[in-house]
Design a protein around this ligand. Structure first.
Ligand code: 13P
Ligand code: SF4
Length: 330
């Protein structure tokens, strides 16, 4: 293929091959583009600290969906992962939604391909579906109500006690919510690659070395890890907990990006990332979230791409369970 044709093809897919002047003040340029284009920058707690600091709003998945639903900006710049940007487009389709890297996926969303899920669901014709927001737009079209880690209990409890329910795609969160609500939801077999890699043995060893530390965990972690935790909650819940606790030291089992906000909110406290099975990798970093960078943010705002595009049909169908979630979460 001609070099030019390859370039055009890549650009259509949202890849922009641009050399950025290393002397450029990216923060200043991003702020200029934001004002010029009437854009809002929404960041998840898991992206790098410099990206959290430049955002108009930093939050957990629910807070970000709420912010996307109510923004008056013309363009939403989503510094997170693809399913989050997709959710923003679904709930506010008149806005242009862009993200710094189209390849920023999610192992949970990828664990539940829509066609495989549809086939699997045929075994449970009477069941209603609750989907964790970490899933594709296509999966949301097959969903009754979406939930996040901060409202999952409330969403599940909004169904009658005897309702037959499927929870997808995170089996760990589903299992945890089953234990809290006394339900027996059928679980899709998906998991997050970051939250699945924690080592119970190494956490216990670290707790022994730091008897004054509180161990806290995100509910995407596996059950043996959750059983050790003093507090279990979504990213925003973990952040609130460390601020309210009288404790001075915390072992944190979730993606490392949250430590940026914890350190900012409590500079006098100590936060230790929970150890994983493999001490040679940076496994507490979500490789998808970490695809975002200031440079990619600048390039995407300058060219207004890659853009999230979804068919009107998918938006119409996927919007219903997200709006239900927002209504129940009020
Ligand atoms: P929350 O933002 O709901 O805590 O979820 C974390 C997560 O895995 C986002 O990908
Ligand atoms: Fe997905 Fe896990 Fe990364 Fe969150 S941390 S985006 S659930 S892979």
């Amino acid at each position: 293929m001609e070099k030019l044709a390859v370039k055009e093809m890549l650009e259509k897919q949202g890849f922009i091959d641009e050399q950025v002047d290393p002397k450029l003040n990216l923060v200043k340029e991003i702020k200029r583009l934001k004002a010029e284009k009437n854009a809002v920058i929404l960041s998840h707690y898991y992206v790098e600290g410099d990206l959290q600091d430049i955002a108009d709003f930093v939050g957990d998945s629910l807070q970000l969906a709420q912010a996307a639903a109510t923004t008056e900006a013309d363009m939403i710049v989503f510094v997170g992962v693809h399913f989050m940007a997709e959710t923003a487009k679904i709930i506010n389709p008149s806005k242009k939604v862009i993200l710094p890297d189209l390849k920023a996926g999610c192992s949970l969303a990828e664990s539940a391909p829509a066609d495989k899920f549809a086939e699997w669901k045929k075994q449970y014709p009477e069941h209603q579906v609750i989907s964790y927001i970490n899933c594709t737009a296509e999966l949301k079209t097959m969903t009754d109500v979406v939930c996040t880690s901060s409202n999952a209990v409330k969403i599940v409890n909004s169904f009658p006690k005897d309702a037959k329910l499927i929870f997808a795609p995170d089996k760990n969160l589903g299992n945890y919510i089953n234990s809290l609500t006394g339900r027996d939801m059928v679980l899709w077999d998906g998991a997050c690659m970051v939250h699945e890699q924690y080592s119970v043995e190494k956490i216990i060893q670290l707790m022994d070395e730091h008897p004054d530390a509180e161990f806290i965990a995100h509910p995407e972690c596996e059950k043996p890890v959750l059983l050790l935790a003093k507090h279990i909650g979504s990213t925003s819940s973990l952040l609130n907990y460390v601020q309210e606790s009288t404790g001075k030291k915390f072992i944190v089992a979730t993606e490392s990006g949250i430590l940026h906000q914890m350190n900012k909110a409590c500079p006098d406290k100590i936060f230790i990332p929970a150890p994983g099975n493999d001490s040679t990798c940076a496994c507490n970093d979500c490789s998808y979230m970490k695809l975002n960078s200031l440079q990619k943010l600048y390039i995407c705002m300058k060219h207004e791409q890659p853009e999230v595009r979804l068919s009107a049909e998918v938006i119409e169908q996927a919007k219903v369970p997200i709006i239900r979630m927002l209504e129940i979460s009020k």
